[in-house]
Design a protein around this ligand. Sequence first.
Ligand code: SAH
Length: 349
Amino acid sequence: MMNMTDIKSMTIDELKVLMTELGDKPFRAKQIYSWLHEHLVTSYDEMTNLPKSLREKLSAYPITALEAVDVQISKIDGTRKYLFRLSDGNVIESVLMRYKHGNSVCISSQVGCRMGCRFCASTIGGWTRNLLPSEMLDQIYRIQVLTGERVSNVVVMGTGEPLDNYENLLRFIHILTEEGGIHISQRNLTVSTCGLVPKIYELAEEKLQMTLAISLHAPNDARRQELMPIAKKYTMDELLTACRTYFEKTGRRITFEYSLVAGVNDSDEDARELSERIRGINCHVNLIPVNPIKERNFQRSTREAVQNFKIKLEKCGINGTIRREMGSDIDGACGQLRKSYIEKTESEK
Ligand code: SAH
């Protein structure tokens, strides 16, 4: 739920209403919005074009600003992993990846996660709470300020299930992509879901121009259920039908994510079965060898197995890309930095 004093989660229209309530002029809304979402300031003192009286009234509306408590920088590719502390003391992680085409930030959408995917570190400690729109936005804002480099792409692929925090996600997307703020194009935004089918239909109705990524990871229901508890709730047929509808409503090609686990989902037969299932959907498959986590016994597929899988898919008429692994020298991926930080601070208590 939105906090009524969380000014960084407010749209311009809501800020206009707030200005009226505070007895001020509606045009101030645009100025405040620009300070928060374009200039990325963290205090009212910096909003020099606002009258002092208004700044004083606004002090009842604290500005969400995350505090970086750790950063790890990859020596291989310059990827940076940030650990941010929230105002209630919880910590979350965000990742900056540098590509030739620009900087991409991977953000978290929840503190922890309750989806329970077997190979994922983010879900081991369970779910603590949803992130506010301001807390999702500020991961990007802080990284842009700390590096002094423009962020051009955003992926919601960090800790948490974004469609399990649906209202806040929509508000986040609105503010992220609206004019007058950081103004990231919807086309440069990807939201990844483990497959909450009813929410995919709701999202389709928004007709956003972002990319929807679906974590598939298996060629059939039985195998998917072994890896992802959500597969017991919604069948692959139901999920893939939702994906077709998403494409029809938005015209946006679906991305399927497929993490390859040695001996579990990486055989030729798996590739063949997968391509049968998704044939006819306007889609693209992202292949990535699973990142082993110490709590589970999953082994990553070999380089050859990944390559073979891609070739087999292509023979069956499905496009696939092997995702370049970024920052493999810094605390793995997918919630492992946050987890090791929590374990460390727990053991120091
Ligand atoms: N909850 C969302 C987004 C967060 S996870 C979702 O499930 O899509 C982002 C992606 O990383 C998902 O495809 C997820 O399945 C994958 N992932 C999680 N842990 C992983 C690991 N250890 N190795 C490889 N991919 C992993």
